[in-house]
Design a protein around this ligand. Structure first.
Ligand code: UDP
Length: 317
């Protein structure tokens, strides 16, 4: 199949691009590289099935020829990125979604939207099921991401109902693994980079807030399975093992053998207190559950960071 992947130089979509190419598909990888990293795609240069297009999908998209899928993964996704790139975030999830939907319609292609667990905001229901409507502060700092992703879902469903668009929507819960930018501000990347440099691990608030961490290859498996299923409403993809942020800090300190201390910093505004997916829909529909154990996933991620940051394994032991 011929597949357009937007945000393809980013963390999740670069892994998706690897998988689609490995399965023999052709990929047009589109990115404006404001948070994506071209290095994530460099190994595909020269592959006849791969083409990189440097373009901001918030502007009109022109792709000559046929497309089987439009997969819209472009968007800043880390809280510090979308706070700084607030307007860009709202544009890519509104105008970018509109443009990619229009392109899918013009090409008679299927459409795949990468949404987020942030549509649940600071949830008051645990675990979060797809039929929960969420608890979002529209004008809080995270509103630029949460509300624009909610808009993207609403627009996609409108195209489905009005134009019979054949779409998929996933709500991605916290995801980690190699290629998560070491300076992107998310908790796993912060803690690993801090631990490897023997700098203090910065726990925000008292660290009792929870997340569930899925390894990137588990997420990609769920995405590929959903492409093969005829289902149009959102599907949660996340790991149902809930961890406190403090627990994660201790675990990463132990796995890296770091001398870092753990320090408490101010909790960001509207930081969700608990987040935990109910994945029964994905289980039933896709026969999918995350496979990677957190310790093993973190060890692999730490090994990748050591390479990127050039910190040998013996240094901190
Ligand atoms: N967090 C933290 N220290 C950091 C970065 C993040 O304690 O250096 C916390 C953050 O406040 C949140 C959780 O870790 O409660 C997950 O944050 P992240 O930015 O990874 O993603 P979020 O789930 O908030 O979108």
């Amino acid at each position: 199949m011929k597949i357009l992947v937007t945000g393809a130089a980013g963390f999740v979509a670069s892994h998706l691009t690897d998988r689609l190419l490995a399965e023999g598909h052709s990929v047009i990888a589109m990115d404006n590289l404001i948070t994506g990293n071209y290095e994530n795609l460099r190994k595909h240069v020269g592959d006849v099935n791969f083409e990189f297009v440097h373009h901001n999908v918030s502007n009109h998209i022109h792709i000559p020829g046929h497309l089987d899928w439009v997969m819209h993964f472009a968007s800043p996704a880390s809280p510090i990125d979308y706070l700084q790139l607030s307007i860009e975030t709202m544009k890519v999830n509104s105008l970018g979604t509109h443009n990619t939907l229009g392109l899918a319609m013009a090409k008679n292609a299927k459409y795949f939207l990468a949404s987020t667990s942030e549509v649940y905001g600071d949830p008051e229901v645990h675990p979060q099921k797809e039929d929960y409507w969420g608890n979002v502060n529209p004008i809080g700092p995270r509103g630029v991401y949460d509300e624009s992703k909610r808009f993207a879902e609403a627009l996609t469903m409108a195209y489905h109902h009005k134009h019979n668009l054949d779409n998929r929507i996933i709500r991605i819960f916290n995801c980690y693994g190699p290629r998560l930018r070491f300076n992107d501000g998310r908790v796993v990347s912060n803690f690993i980079a801090q631990a490897l440099r023997d700098e203090p691990l910065t726990v925000y608030g008292d660290g009792s807030q929870t997340r569930s961490f899925q390894y990137v290859t588990d997420l990609i498996e769920g995405i590929v399975r959903l492409m093969a299923v005829d289902f149009h409403e959102p599907v949660n993809l996340g790991n149902p093992q809930e961890r406190t942020v403090f627990e994660l800090a201790r675990l990463i300190k132990e796995l890296t053998g770091s001398k870092s201390e753990i320090v408490m910093k101010e909790l960001p505004v509207d930081d969700p207190k608990r987040r935990l997916p109910n994945i029964s829909r994905a289980k039933e529909l896709l026969d999918w559950t995350p496979k990677k154990d957190l310790i093993q996933g973190l060890e692999e991620t730490i090994a990748w960071y050591r390479e990127v940051l050039k910190i040998p394994a013996v240094a901190s032991k």
